[in-house]
Ligand binder design. Structure first.
Ligand code: SF4
Ligand code: SF4
Length: 220
């Protein structure tokens, strides 16, 4: 899921003030931002109360089912067309993808209410860790299911580096070196041997990513 944190509130107020907006509609997200406790119903209500306490009028709010889904967000925006129509701006408590989807769905100025941090694993409720950077050429088959691209601070495919000390990482000193973990797990699975991961094709990470899995027109 996409991990987000609340954006510096003074920036949100500055965005609205600079625009001269007095009335605001708020949209949250029922997926990642709800799980991250940044853009679900409680956080949307809290943002509404905060804006109202500071003198803004909140014309309405909603929590979209999947805010980065264009069709669903357009539908949600139509459902709240009156309240959005009455607003001078829309504040979105979702990741950057969700904010852009709302901006494509309404004809009002749209502002982000969160900061988007990383694609994260949910370790426990409220505890998230980055385990994948979506490099487009996965090496987990060779690294015992531990991603060196993401969990080694230097992103080394083959390690450890010269700074590893007593099994610990020289950068994140409270963590075991990724490559020590990889070698131990491979060894435990009887897969030790010589292990060299080939250089990656970084063209696979060129942005912006796009994928169309729909069959060509006329083929159905
Ligand atoms: S190698 Fe790491 S960053 Fe790349 S796809 Fe696999 S888990 Fe993600
Ligand atoms: S000690 Fe290990 S995990 Fe830390 S930077 Fe070096 S190779 Fe990467």
């Amino acid at each position: 899921m996409i991990i987000t944190t609340p954006r510096d509130w003074s920036r949100i107020e500055a965005n609205l003030t600079d625009l001269g907006a007095r009335r605001v509609f708020i949209m949250g997200c029922g997926q990642c931002a709800t799980v991250a406790h940044t853009g679900g119903e409680p956080e949307v209500r809290e943002a509404a109360a905060r804006l109202e306490a500071a003198g803004w009028e909140v014309t309405g709010w909603t929590v979209g089912e999947v805010t980065c889904h264009l069709g669903g967000t357009k539908l949600e925006s139509r459902k709240h067309g009156g309240e959005i129509g009455d607003a001078d701006a829309v504040l979105v408590l979702a990741c950057g993808a969700g904010v852009q989807t709302v901006a494509d769905s309404v004809d009002k100025p749209v502002f982000p209410g969160l900061e988007s941090l990383f694609l994260g694993n949910v370790i426990r409720n409220g505890i998230f860790e980055e385990r994948c950077q979506m490099c487009g050429e996965c090496v987990l088959d060779q690294t015992a299911g531990i991603c060196p691209v993401t969990t080694c601070p230097k992103g080394l495919l083959n390690g450890p580096c010269g700074g590893m000390w007593d099994g610990m990482c020289e950068v994140l000193t409270d963590r075991e070196c990724t490559h020590v973990r990889i070698r131990r797990r491979l060894s435990g699975q009887g897969r030790a041997g010589i292990r060299t991961v080939e250089p990656k094709d970084f063209s696979k990470t060129l942005k912006p990513g796009a994928l169309n899995i729909r069959p060509p027109r006329g083929s159905r």
